[in-house]
Design a protein around this ligand. Structure first.
Ligand code: NAP
Length: 324
């Protein structure tokens, strides 16, 4: 698989990454089962077979079990740690943590960033994360606290590089302004069914409230050498198998994806992901399927280059309207 150089790092990252949210089993405090472990080994093996070297985590996935099972996979598939890049996230806290009445919330306090990262390292059974992301913007963020936590994690060798997720340009500027090290990643939701970041540029001076939240994210990241990662890149499979009551445009999109896959002798997953890869920012889709066959189908996107006409055909169908 083609690799990107991640700006401001020495990392060479596969063009497609594997998201580990689904490999930890159920989102509760039940213990890991042998079945979950064996399925996780199969998923990670398929990702490696497809040429993926980048694995995305968060402390909260399956309430910690995704990191835990990945730690077991690292022991099972010997020697992979040095050849892969492990990214995790912190900053989201579940309702009930630490008291029954505590609400679900974001927490970028120094204590939470340090505590959460140490817990992730323990579960993964590793000494160092390659990248740590702040998961979702915390309105109560004190930049100096984040800077202090990042500095300590970096100095102690616990985290090599840092980034954010679901941040807008203002939030990135604000945080970067207090950091000595550059943010290298912003992970946001993008897919054919969640394409606001592209509409944003097309609807300049015509923005409806619906799209305003995406204003300028792609441009900011490109200008500042921040790699954009796309979460839910196939919209949880809805673009391939729309429900009976899905909008007409979604059903039409699914048919067009199938047509292109047949024409190009490739897979539907490859077409949907090639649509993201076409963007000049060099978007890195974070695929989340747990099925080995679908993982390998997804990796085929690296071989597909859509034409401008095909890109706009899919975009136009997905947005339900021609471009203005
Ligand atoms: N930063 C954030 O806020 C954030 C939020 C959400 C996710 N993420 C990251 O992004 C990764 C991907 O997210 P996602 O799982 O929502 O993304 P996705 O790749 O769009 O969706 C994968 C899901 O769709 C299902 N699916 C059904 N048909 C499929 C097909 N033909 N091909 C592929 N998948 C199909 C999969 O089920 P099967 O497993 O049965 O195939 C799986 O549940 C996560 O693992 C996580 O690392 C980040």
């Amino acid at each position: 698989m083609t690799k990107y150089s991640l700006h401001n790092t020495d990392l060479e990252i596969s063009r497609i990454a594997y998201g580990c949210m689904g490999i930890g089993g159920s989102w509760d405090d039940s213990p890991l089962t042998d079945e979950t472990i064996s399925k996780a080994i199969n998923s990670v093996s398929a990702a490696l077979e497809g040429g993926i070297n980048f694995f995305d985590h968060a402390n909260i996935y399956a309430q910690g079990k995704s990191e835990l099972v990945f730690g077991k996979v690292l022991k099972e598939i010997k020697g992979i740690r040095d050849n892969i890049i492990i990214q995790s996230k912190c900053g989201i806290r579940f309702p009930g943590d630490p008291n029954p009445e505590s609400p679900g919330r974001y927490d970028f306090s120094y204590e939470n960033i340090i505590g959460s990262t140490n817990a992730s390292l323990d579960r993964l059974g590793i000494e160092q994360l390659d990248i740590l992301l702040l998961h979702r913007p915390d309105p109560l963020m004190h930049r100096e606290e984040v800077a202090k936590a990042f500095d300590e994690l970096h100095t102690k060798g616990k985290v090599r590089y840092f980034g954010v997720s679901n941040f807008n340009p203002g939030q990135m500027t604000l945080l970067q302004n207090s950091l000595d090290i550059p943010l290298v990643v912003n992970q946001i939701e993008i897919s054919l069914l969640h394409h606001h970041v592209f509409n944003d540029g097309i609807l300049v001076n015509q923005l409806s409230g619906k799209y305003a939240a995406a204003t300028g994210i792609m441009d900011y990241c490109m200008l500042n050498n921040i790699r954009v990662q796309a979460w839910s890149p196939v919209a949880l499979g809805k673009i391939f198998n729309p429900s009976v009551d899905a909008e007409k445009c979604v059903k039409k999109l699914a048919r067009k994806i199938t047509d292109y896959a047949e024409e190009k002798n490739t897979t539907e997953e490859a077409i949907a992901l090639a649509w993201l890869l076409k963007h000049p920012a060099g978007i890195q889709p974070i695929i989340g399927t747990t099925k080995p066959e679908r993982i390998l189908n997804s990796c085929k996107a690296d071989d597909i280059e859509l034409t401008r006409e095909e890109w706009y055909t899919l975009f136009t169908i997905a947005r339900g309207n021609p471009v203005p």
